[in-house]
Design a protein around this ligand. Structure first.
Ligand SMILES: *[C@@H]1O[C@H](CO)[C@@H](O)[C@H](O)[C@H]1NC(C)=O
Ligand SMILES: *[C@@H]1O[C@H](CO)[C@@H](O)[C@H](O)[C@H]1NC(C)=O
Ligand SMILES: *[C@@H]1O[C@H](CO)[C@@H](O)[C@H](O)[C@H]1NC(C)=O
Ligand SMILES: *[C@@H]1O[C@H](CO)[C@@H](O)[C@H](O)[C@H]1NC(C)=O
Ligand SMILES: [Cu+2]
Length: 717
């Protein structure tokens, strides 16, 4: 055994000394995670230290920026940031990988606890099975213990003076009849368990409600019974020329974009160093230094004993990255997708591989990038259209019952679209009802009756994005353009009113807090020192997605912890340690380390600034969301605004593939000239010609080409 360990260590060393140095923003590799574990456990020998977050401690921004200007000149320090539990204390440890040493270690004395590990969630949810009062309750309900499954739920904070690492444990029924355990809660029974001691502290069995029936809850195709439908014919995405993107390590380039794709246990995908090639300026221009989902706050709206505490912080409490699901080829991503694995450290610090954590693909959904038909010019009709192709980076995080599909979509036009799809299974509670007629008068079931004894509980989803935009450099400003109604003063004109744009630059953080939806406003991050030839400040605009404001009282405990959702937009000066909107230690946090607290009245004009955007939705469940929810898609966009001199996709070239004949497909490109120079093939029209290579194109008008067979041998018809 000993020999084996030595060999492994030697291998790690060899790996370290010969491998090419990683990009400074690369997530920790499995060997680096192992090294972190070795270094940390060496300092805490023979102990039960548990790892709750092991992440790259990225070099400071100025270091990265200078490294970028001459990469490979010198390797930047590789450091890891570790959150661990040791002797019932939370530790924050910084490890230097090159010197193999701990450079700082401190006990966190503030409020809140680290992210829950899968291991402890697994252990704590086994406790009820050896807990007699629970076993009695199950027996009393006539349920079969071996078909019960339990899960751990964070409990939040409700003003308690002292807090421990406790969770609620609630149970469900899952058996051969259905895999949909969330649809079959054993309602009325709950336990409080201590995560550090792994013991049940209290138990409550307040009432018995029949466990909802299994029928109608199953979602596995293999278990469903006919009739099936609707039937969809499969669609395959083929790219005969291969993918248009290139991946080098964690760096991705495609069309006019390039960026770095990282992964973090807590937040999932981290996209950095996003820049776009400007054809006119002949260079890549910076857009986004770093972006990720900082927090996903999901308060449920049932104030009863078994549900009031249910207010999840999916990143800080459960680890949005830890919860990433392996993507299924041809189901989660199209056939032209490329898959990437991701790694995180488990409770023991050991690397865990998430196979196919990401997929990257070029997306063509039949949409139009731009078009125009001109009929005003006599005797001609001009039509130009370009197919809308984009690049998508996708990850799915399955946090318990819910599945979140997170897309980063890059468009050649310079837009970045942030897609979020909500699917999976609703949070459901048991109820005594089977029909709305039974729910009369003052009764509030705090949700929608979905099936017999099954209530989909009201809740919200708030997605808070961290967006460190660097528009052509770091010194940026946040500009709000309000559209204001004006009265027409010239009485000779019959119009009475119009609107005009009034632009205001935020000087401090306080000026930049925005609640969307109350007024017509355009929000942009600009580089005030750089202007277009026309003199407009170059910038990027935020096109918000679905707007929701928290509806909880602002002094309610969950909302104190989730106060970063009080505004849809905040802008802060860049500060490396301000990245998690909900704070560093979110489980049982008290809201004293959130974006809402850091954001004061710091100067943000002509500064390196970070835009925090919260997209939200209130979810009143519907019967169609049951037993599994069809994806509800939402999203927002960052769109160049006076960033380019003109439409950057005017001269876009898209390889057009001709309509397949029974013969092999001929291909030609937009703008391609044929050898005989008789005609130039332009975009969409090419679809109407088959086997164009074999034809000489004589003339083309709006809908068809006049062609002559150029090859009187085989192939012409
Ligand atoms: C570590 O945990 C195990 C099982 O939980 C326990 O048996 C052992 O005594 C612990 N060791 C230390 C050093 O605390
Ligand atoms: C309880 O469930 C298990 C597993 O599904 C099954 O094997 C067993 O027969 C059940 N026992 C009773 C009493 O129904
Ligand atoms: C589907 O597309 C992929 C590439 O995107 C290709 O490898 C595969 O052969 C195609 N399958 C069919 C049935 O056309
Ligand atoms: C950076 O942020 C942390 C956490 O909010 C704060 O303690 C620190 O003072 C900030 N540093 C600067 C220079 O503002
Ligand atoms: Cu929902």
């Amino acid at each position: 055994m000993k020999i084996k360990i030595v060999v492994v260590l030697v291998l790690i060393q060899v790996y370290w000394s010969c491998a090419e140095p990683p990009h400074p923003l690369d997530p920790l590799s499995p060997s680096e995670l192992n090294l972190v574990r070795t270094i940390v456990t060496n300092s805490y020998p023979a102990s039960n230290l548990t790892f709750h977050h092991v992440a790259l401690d990225e070099p400071d921004k100025p270091q990265i920026l200078s490294w970028l200007s001459s990469p490979h000149s010198r390797a930047l320090p590789r450091r890891a940031f570790v959150v661990a539990r040791f002797k019932k204390q939370s530790l924050e440890i910084t490890v230097d990988l090159s010197t193999r040493s701990i450079i700082s270690s401190r006990v966190y004395k503030g409020h809140g606890f680290p992210t829950l590990t899968f291991a402890e969630q697994g252990l704590v949810s086994k406790l009820p099975f050896s807990y007699e009062p629970f076993k009695d309750s199950i027996k009393k309900r006539g349920l079969n213990m071996s078909e019960v499954v339990c899960a751990a739920f964070t409990v939040g904070w409700y003003g308690e003076e002292n807090t421990k690492r406790i969770v609620k444990v609630k149970c469900y029924y899952a058996n051969a009849a259905t895999a949909n355990l969330y649809a079959r809660p054993v309602e009325g029974v709950s336990m409080v368990a201590d995560l550090d001691d792994m013991t049940i502290l209290s138990f409550s069995d307040r009432f018995g409600i029949p466990v909802p029936k299994a029928e109608g809850t199953e979602y596995r195709a293999s278990k469903l019974k006919p009739p099936f439908g609707p039937k969809l014919n499969g669609i395959n995405v083929t790219q005969p020329h291969g993918p248009g993107f290139a991946i080098d390590g964690h760096s991705v380039s495609w069309a006019n974009w390039k960026f770095h794709l990282g992964f973090d246990f807590r937040v999932g995908p981290i996209i950095s160093l996003v820049s776009i090639y400007d054809m006119e300026k002949h260079k890549y221009r910076e857009v986004l230094y770093r972006g990720f989902i900082s927090e996903v706050y999901v308060p449920y709206e049932d104030p009863t004993e078994e549900w009031y505490y249910t207010t999840y912080f999916d990143c800080g409490e459960y680890g949005f990255g830890q919860s990433a699901s392996s993507l299924e080829p041809l189901r989660d991503c199209p056939s032209n997708a490329h898959f990437l694995d991701a790694f995180y450290a488990d409770a023991n610090g050991k690397p865990v591989k998430i196979t196919n954590a990401f997929c990257i693909f070029e997306k063509y959904a039949g949409d139009i990038m731009w078009r125009h038909t001109e009929i005003a010019i006599p005797n001609q009709v001009i039509t130009e259209a370009r197919a809308d192709v984009s690049l998508v980076v996708r990850m799915v995080s399955t946090v318990g019952n819910y599945d979140y599909i997170v897309d980063w979509e890059f468009k050649p036009s310079g837009s970045i679209k942030f897609g979020v799809g909500l699917t999976g299974i609703l949070g459901m509670k048991g109820g005594a009802y089977s029909n709305m007629d039974q729910i009369k008068g003052e009764i509030d079931i705090h949700g929608t009756l979905l099936s017999d004894n099954t209530i989909g509980v009201y809740h919200d989803h708030f997605f808070t994005y961290y967006l460190d935009l660097d528009i052509d450099g770091q010194r940026n400003s946040f500009v709000k353009t309000t559209l204001e109604t004006r009265k027409v003063k010239d009485h000779k004109i019959p119009r009475k009113s119009y609107w005009t744009a009034v632009t205001e630059t935020a000087k401090t953080e306080a000026d930049a807090r925005v609640k969307l939806g109350l007024e017509a406003a355009e929000l942009a991050v600009v580089n005030p020192n750089k202007k277009t030839k026309q003199g407009n400040k170059i910038g990027y605009r935020l096109l918000p997605g679905s707007v929701a404001h928290p509806l909880l009282a602002s002094d309610d405990y969950p909302q104190i912890r989730g106060a970063f959702s009080n505004y849809n937009v905040w802008v802060t000066p860049y500060n490396k340690s301000e990245k998690w909107a909900s704070g560093r230690f979110v489980d049982r946090s008290r809201g004293d380390d959130t974006l809402a607290v850091w954001s004061r009245d710091r100067e943000i004009e002509k500064k390196d600034i970070v835009l925090w955007y919260t997209m939200g939705l209130h979810h009143v469940p519907a019967q169609e969301d049951y037993p599994v929810m069809p994806t509800l898609s939402t999203g927002f966009e960052l769109r160049p605004t006076n960033f380019f001199e003109a439409n950057p996709v005017l001269k876009t070239i898209i390889t057009i593939l001709s309509v397949p004949d029974d013969d092999p497909v001929d291909e030609f490109e937009v703008g391609q000239e044929f050898a005989d120079k008789e005609a130039t093939v332009m975009a969409v029209k090419t679809y109407s010609i088959r086997r164009a290579v074999e034809y000489k194109i004589l003339e083309s008008d709006r809908l068809k080409y006049t062609v002559q067979c150029a090859n009187f041998g085989q192939g012409c018809r």
